[in-house]
Write a protein that binds this ligand. Structure first.
Ligand code: A4P
Ligand code: MG
Length: 190
């Protein structure tokens, strides 16, 4: 058990659901930004697993110029933060990695989205869980299926592995295995 695992297990409160985050970057040293984000998550979460790293062309709004390619990955965490507090926490990490307010979908050094929070279905002004675009995105479903093919999407009521098999590919390329993150995860610890 790592120190982070031990601290988590000893802290008060109920164990969290399986929580999955999407990480994306298409500005600056993209891989370093993603690695920093994973490291910063450990302040309030245990990193259970990290997917391989993938590259894909930026999906942009119609009529806007294509930005640089993205690097994307998915990370599973265990955290005692409830969903809205987790959203605020990941926003502070985005700021720390260098993201500043900009129009939606514009190029960014880091983006952290909450994909799944256990079986919760949340629909508020600030937060939609499962993530609204989860079922359409190869750069999210393929890494998510690496970590949790058996997990069921609580709205679609289909397994992540099946959703990933059916998703349309838009130039997604595998760049590196999970070691890219340089993070010792609970999975590594066995
Ligand atoms: N919000 C609602 N639900 C969530 C959630 N589940 N997780 C709200 C995180 N945030 C959520 O997000 C805008 C607001 O969405 C947040 O303030 C929060 O209250 P943002 O991160 O500030 O802005 P954004 O990321 O530009 O908007 P959005 O709609 O989240 O865009 P996406 O879906 O993240 O898409 N192409 C490739 N290849 N790879 C990518 O990763 N990412 C995007 C951004 C576009 N094209 C891409 C990629
Ligand atoms: Mg986002």
């Amino acid at each position: 058990m790592t120190d982070a695992d031990a601290a988590f297990e000893q802290s008060a409160g109920p164990a969290s659901s399986r929580v999955f985050l999407a990480l994306g970057a298409n500005l600056g040293d993209r891989e370093a930004n993603l690695r920093m984000a994973v490291r910063l998550l450990t302040a309030r979460a245990r990193v259970v697993g990290v997917s391989s790293l993938y590259r894909s062309p930026a999906v942009v709004r119609e009529g806007t110029p294509p930005g640089p390619d993205y690097l994307n990955a998915v990370c599973e965490i265990a955290t005692k933060l409830p969903p809205h507090a987790l959203l605020r926490f990941v926003k502070t990490i985005e700021h720390e990695v260098g993201r500043r307010p900009a129009p939606r979908w514009s190029a960014r050094p880091i983006d952290i989205d909450i994909l799944l929070y256990g079986e919760e279905v949340i629909e508020t002004d600030e937060l939609t869980v499962p993530h609204a675009m989860l079922c359409e995105r190869d750069f999210v479903l393929v890494p998510l299926a690496e970590l949790a093919p058996e997990v069921v999407h609580p709205r679609a009521r289909r397994r992540v592995g099946e959703l990933a098999e059916d998703v349309a590919y838009h130039g997604l390329e595998h760049v590196a295995g999970p070691e890219w993150a340089g993070e010792r995860t609970s999975r590594d610890a066995g």
